[in-house]
Design a protein around this ligand. Sequence first.
Ligand SMILES: Nc1ncnc2c1ncn2[C@@H]1O[C@H](COP(=O)(O)OP(=O)(O)O)[C@@H](O)[C@H]1O
Ligand SMILES: [Mg+2]
Length: 254
Amino acid sequence: MILKIDRIKKSFDTVCVLNDFSMKINEEEIVCIIGPSGCGKSTLLNIISGLLVPSEGEIINNSPDISYVFQEDRLLPWKNVYENIKIVNKKCSMEKCLDLIRKVGLEGFEGYYPSELSGGMRQRCSIARAFNYDAGLLLMDEPFKSLDYNLRLDMIRYLLELWESTKKSIVFVTHEIDEALLLGDRILILSGRPARVIKEFDIKILKAKRSLAAPQLVKVRNEIIYLLQDKEGRTRDNRPRGLISNLNTLNLSL
Ligand SMILES: Nc1ncnc2c1ncn2[C@@H]1O[C@H](COP(=O)(O)OP(=O)(O)O)[C@@H](O)[C@H]1O
Ligand SMILES: [Mg+2]
């Protein structure tokens, strides 16, 4: 086990965001977290990373260090792709740096500056940088939110490529059920505030071999949609239900 969160509580003024919240993250595991907007997902990651301190409960952290990927890429604009990746780990050899660049499909763009790259390329650079940082645990807070659906699927492929070679533990927060289905060893569904885990799914299919059309994943997706619905039948992330159901018929094997 790399991290254990035991019955933590966190409030902002009168708003209780997390109460009696527990979860654990095992070695080499990707845990995906889905929950309604404003339920406390980013707060949870901020607590795991030590940016925020819970008022109650305990965090047992066995990872020497933690890296964090945000929704925006946060690259240094005056450094090129190679330098942005290298900067977080001075000991990283040029060879390893170039290998990371290749794994996220940026071969040939080593000398490009962030302003010369598309949003997807910048985010790939940011993810390669996170993998270059010598941390056992990687936190990702809706990292693909600004990208369109097909680009997200590409990003998942790149992320899995990096994960296969490092097996870092990852906590991946997302609004997109399909991202969680393709990436997660476990998927945790959170309730509204104060957030608690209302359901946990174990996905046993090998990550490199997953297809969204696999019967187990279709079943899990339908259960997640049901869990995220409000009383009016809207999904809590405001997506029309029909659109999500239609995706059941797509075969997006990686
Ligand atoms: N620094 C803060 N000060 C006050 N309220 C905050 C702060 N950070 C988050 N909140 C509140 O806590 C709740 C959960 O926020 P957040 O963790 O960002 O939700 P999520 O990431 O699930 O959308 C929201 O109501 C938000 O307004
Ligand atoms: Mg958030």
